[in-house]
Ligand binder design. Structure first.
Ligand SMILES: [Zn+2]
Length: 492
C-alpha cells in the first residue's frame, strides 16, 4: 500500500485571547478559566420521510440531543472540546462550525475538537444518508448550533481549577468479534469468502474474542475557584448501549452519564451556569455492551436467568456504574490552579480502499445474476464493491487528526470508529500520560481495524464500512505518537 502523504498541515495553537488578558498574564499570575454550555441539536421529528433509511422517522423524543461544549483558557490559548449526541459527525459540518467559531470567538480550528458519541438513536441526524432537503436543513442547523454552544461556553468563562484521572469499568465492555468453535462451521464473510472471525456471532459456540477491550474511563474535571462543579468530560471505549424503543430519539447512556455524574458531584440542577457532563466515545470500533463468553467460560459460570430490560433500563445501569467509578476516582483528584494548553493538528492523506480482483469478479457475477450471495454479505453488496472499483471515486481521503495537551493530560482525536487495540497501543506509546482517546472526532470515515484484524475478516473489515488503506491504523498511530511528542517538546 502506498504511504500517505503526511504533514500537509501541522498547526500550533497560539491565540492571544485579548490584549487585556495578555497584559495581565505578563504582569501577574496567569489566570486559568473554564466555561461550559450545551446546545440543543435535536432534529425535527418526522422531518425526514424522504431520507432513505432502514429506520422510519422518529415519532418520539425521549431526551433531547445536545452539543456539549467545554472551553478552557490558560490566559494565552483557548481549547474547545465539543461532543455531540449523534451517530456520526461529518467533516463538512465540523469545518463549517469551526469557521463560525473562529469568527465569533477567535479560537482557531486546530484548537477545536468536535466529536460524535455514536448514539444509534439520533434518527434524522444520519448524515451519511442520501442527501436531500432535510439533510441540508439539518446540516445547516447542526453547524450553527455547535458554534453557538462554543460561543456560549466562552461567554461563561470563569476562573477555574482543573484535575484529571483514570477510572476503570471492565464489566461493561465486550469485544464483539470472535473466533468460533469448529461446530459452528465456516464463517462466510463479505463476497462469500471464508473468514476467521465473526462480528456479533450469537452467544454459543464461541472460542475466544479476536481483540481486547479498553476498560479505562479517562476524565477531566473543572470546578470554580469556590469548588462549584463546572463540567466533567469523560471517555470510555463503548460503542453505545441501546435498548431505546423504535422511532424514538435518545442520546443513549452518554447523556444519562452526563446527568448522573453531575448529581454525584453535587451540582445543583438550577445552578448558574448549569453543570455540563460529557461522555465521549473512546476507541470502541469492535467493542459493545453485549456480554459474550467462550463456551469454556460459559460452562464455568453459573447460569443466570437472562434479564429482560425495560426501555432505557440498561443504558441507565451502565451510565450509573460508569458515573460511580468516576466519582470514586474524583475523590482523590489533584487540583491545579493553572495548566498550559497546547494543540497539534495534522491532515493525513490516506489511499482509499480498493477492492481485490476476487471481490470485483464476485460483484460482477452477482450483478449478472450468475451467483446468489450468502446472506451475510448484506453489508458489503456488489454495488459497494463496484463503486469502490470505479475510477470516478477519489483516490485519496484526507482526514484531520489532533492531539491536545491540558497540563499533564493528553487528548488524541481520530475521525474513525477505532478498534480498541489501536487505542491501547496509543495509550501505551504516548509520551504524555494519561492519554484520553476520542474517536469519531472531526469527521467520520468508517471503521479502523489494524492490518492483523483485516486478515481475520469480519464485518468491520469489509469494504464500504471500511474506507481507507489496510495499514491506515499504523500510519495513524505513528503520526499521533509523533504529534504527542511535539506537544511534549513544546512544554519543556
Ligand atoms: Zn458503529
Amino acid at each position: 500500500m502506498p504511504t500517505p502523504r503526511q504533514l500537509i498541515f501541522s498547526g500550533i495553537c497560539l491565540a492571544l485571547v485579548s490584549l487585556g488578558l495578555a497584559d495581565a498574564a505578563m504582569s501577574a499570575e496567569p489566570l486559568f478559566q473554564a466555561g461550559a454550555a450545551t446546545s440543543n441539536i435535536t432534529p425535527a421529528i418526522g422531518s425526514d420521510p424522504t431520507v432513505r433509511s432502514r429506520k422510519p422517522p422518529a415519532t418520539h423524543v425521549h431526551d433531547e440531543l445536545h452539543a456539549r461544549c467545554l472551553v478552557l483558557d490558560d490566559g494565552e490559548s483557548r481549547l474547545a472540546l465539543v461532543v455531540c449526541d449523534l451517530r456520526h459527525i461529518s467533516a463538512e459540518v465540523v469545518v463549517g462550525a469551526k469557521e463560525i467559531i473562529q469568527r465569533t470567538t477567535g479560537i482557531p480550528p486546530e484548537c477545536v475538537l468536535v466529536s460524535a458519541t455514536h448514539t444509534h438513536t439520533s434518527t434524522g441526524a444520519r448524515l451519511e444518508e442520501r442527501e436531500g432537503e432535510p439533510y441540508y436543513d439539518y446540516r445547516a442547523f447542526l453547524t450553527r448550533r455547535i458554534a453557538e454552544g462554543v460561543l456560549r461556553a466562552v461567554n461563561q468563562l470563569q476562573p477555574a481549577r482543573i484535575g484529571w484521572g483514570v477510572a476503570e469499568e471492565p464489566t461493561q465492555v465486550f469485544n464483539r468479534r470472535w473466533f468460533l468453535t469448529a461446530r459452528r462451521g465456516p464463517i462466510f464473510g463479505a463476497h462469500d469468502n471464508i473468514e476467521q472471525v465473526d462480528t456479533n456471532p450469537g452467544y454459543s459456540g464461541l472460542l475466544r474474542p479476536a481483540g481486547p477491550v479498553d476498560p479505562q474511563i479517562t476524565f477531566l474535571s473543572v470546578q470554580s475557584t469556590t469548588g462549584k462543579p463546572i463540567a466533567l468530560l469523560a471517555s470510555y471505549g463503548l460503542h453505545y448501549v441501546g435498548g431505546v424503543p423504535a422511532n424514538t430519539i435518545s442520546a443513549d447512556y452518554f447523556a444519562i452519564f452526563a446527568d448522573r455524574v453531575g448529581e454525584l458531584l453535587g451540582a445543583d440542577r438550577h445552578q448558574d451556569p448549569p453543570f455540563v457532563g460529557v461522555m465521549a466515545n473512546g476507541t470502541s470500533g469492535d467493542v459493545n455492551n453485549l456480554a459474550r463468553y467462550s463456551d469454556e467460560e460459559l460452562a464455568k459460570r453459573e447460569r443466570e436467568p437472562k434479564k429482560r430490560y425495560q426501555p432505557f433500563e440498561k443504558a441507565r445501569e451502565v451510565a450509573h456504574l460508569c458515573a460511580e467509578k468516576v466519582f470514586q476516582a474524583h475523590k482523590s483528584l489533584k487540583w491545579h490552579d493553572h495548566v498550559r494548553l497546547s494543540s497539534v493538528q495534522r491532515t493525513l492523506t490516506f489511499e482509499r480502499r480498493y477492492p481485490t480482483k476476487e471481490e470485483v469478479e464476485w460483484a460482477e457475477a452477482v450483478k449478472a445474476k450468475k451467483i446468489k450471495p450468502m446472506s451475510t454479505s448484506r453489508y458489503s453488496t456488489y454495488s459497494t464493491v463496484l463503486a469502490y472499483a470505479s475510477p470516478e471515486m477519489p483516490a485519496t481521503i484526507d482526514v484531520v487528526v489532533q492531539t491536545h495537551r491540558i497540563g499533564d493530560l493528553a487528548v488524541a482525536a481520530m475521525p474513525f470508529e477505532v478498534f480498541a487495540e489501536i487505542g491501547l497501543e496509543l495509550k501505551q506509546r504516548s509520551p504524555i500520560q494519561p492519554l484520553m482517546n476520542i474517536s469519531i472526532a472531526n469527521g467520520a470515515h468508517g471503521y479502523l481495524p489494524t492490518p492483523y484484524q483485516h486478515r481475520l475478516g469480519g464485518y468491520e473489515t469489509w469494504i464500504g464500512v471500511n474506507k481507507v488503506q489496510l495499514d491506515a491504523s499504523e500510519k495513524l498511530v505513528d503520526a499521533l505518537v509523533e504529534m504527542l511528542g511535539e506537544l511534549n517538546e513544546k512544554s519543556k
